[in-house]
Design a protein around this ligand. Structure first.
Ligand SMILES: Cc1cc2nc3c(=O)[nH]c(=O)nc-3n(C[C@H](O)[C@H](O)[C@H](O)COP(=O)(O)O)c2cc1C
Length: 339
């Protein structure tokens, strides 16, 4: 007998797939989703995901080892598809028998899904982000075991379409036969109930967990979240049409303006043919990684990047991960019971 029978029933496919009690993933957040937060999420019955970001294979090796010391429950690893050592990182995950790998940052390069699944075809599960229905179908044909659809309300790098529209476009088409997790803008269990009823196998949240007690984010980073409202979490603007910059949603601060200046600087280097397009884009991504680190680790809430989704207005105080998960489940259950 579970405490949340209606929600658990709708999450059943998701929990079977993830091997946890609640089909609530904590989306990987660079610098935030390390051993402490990841193990806390998994220990509380959710599904933690290590953010590999720009880590070297050696660093990822250590992070997985340390996470395993803190939890015996399953957790995933998020790898960025354009990482130059993607295949080495996959090998590290395989060495540790990581059960689920989330591929973020675009279409997985040739051979990567096969490498993860191995000769058995089932070494580990692959979860991919699907930005459109057409790409969702393509990713499933290419071997993805599950999909995350993430709307532009989310924190961090975002696409152009809202979660509610993606959910309406993709869930009715695919959710009956495939596992689809919904992310972006979820702050309360009532929203979880809604997406589950639409066919989602579960949900992924980032912003709501970033300031949990177990998160190592700097106290000033957390304070900035507690003070912010939805309208403070804004998407970055692209200043040069030739320089396609993936928008990032973060709390508005001096760092937001510095990013505009950075883009103008990089566009100037492109004009003067000092850098090629790929290098220009890489410089932009490195800028974000550095700025996020300054905010999360050093507490530079003025000059760093405070990546946050619009649900930040629903984050009011530091709470243990287990309490957040129980609140979300109770809210969802209450909503479903009221139906
Ligand atoms: C501070 C922060 C850092 C993030 N870093 C990453 C990342 O490194 N890789 C990734 O795939 N997603 C990243 N995300 C997105 C989250 O994994 C998650 O999908 C998103 O936060 C869900 O939307 P929400 O913020 O509305 O809950 C980040 C989000 C935040 C808030």
């Amino acid at each position: 007998m579970t405490t949340y029978p209606k929600t658990s029933r709708l999450m059943n496919r998701g929990t079977d797939f993830l091997g946890c009690d609640y089909a609530i993933l904590c989306g990987a957040m660079s610098w935030v989703s390390e051993r402490n937060l990841v193990s806390a999420i998994s220990n509380a019955g959710g599904f933690g995901v290590i953010a590999c970001g720009a880590m070297t294979p050696e660093l990822l090796d250590t992070e997985i080892t340390e996470t395993k010391k803190l939890t015996g429950k399953p957790f995933g690893v998020n790898l960025i598809t354009m990482h130059p050592q993607l295949f080495e990182l996959i090998e590290v995950c395989k060495k540790h028998e990581v059960t689920h790998i989330v591929l973020a940052g675009g279409i997985p390069p040739k051979g990567s899904v096969e490498a993860i699944k191995g000769e058995s075809g089932d070494d580990a599960k692959v979860i991919c982000f699907a930005p459109t229905l057409a790409l969702a179908k393509k990713l499933l044909r290419s071997g993805a075991d599950a999909l995350v659809i993430e709307g532009m309300e989310a924190g961090g790098h975002i696409g152009p379409v809202s979660t509610s529209v993606l959910a309406q476009e993709i869930l009715p088409e695919l959710a009956a036969d495939h596992l689809v997790f919904v992310a972006g803008g979820i702050g309360k269990g009532q929203a979880i109930a809604g997406y589950l009823e639409m066919g989602a196998a579960g949900v992924q949240l980032g912003t709501r967990f970033a300031c949990a007690t177990e998160s190592i984010a700097h106290p000033d980073f957390k304070k900035a979240f507690f003070r912010a409202s939805a309208r403070d979490a804004i998407a970055s603007v692209q200043v040069d049409p030739r320089l396609p910059v993936i928008p990032v949603r973060a709390l508005k601060n001096k760092g937001t303006e510095a990013f505009t200046a950075k883009q103008i600087e990089v566009a100037g280097s492109l004009d003067r043919e000092e850098v090629a397009m790929a290098e220009a884009q890489l410089q932009i991504e490195h800028y974000w990684a550095g700025a996020l680190r300054r905010a999360v680790i050093d507490g530079d809430v003025e000059g760093g990047s405070l990546m946050a989704g619009q649900s930040v207005g629903m984050v009011k105080q530091e709470e243990p991960v287990a309490d957040i998960i129980q609140t979300l489940m109770a809210e969802s259950e209450e909503a479903l019971t009221r139906r």
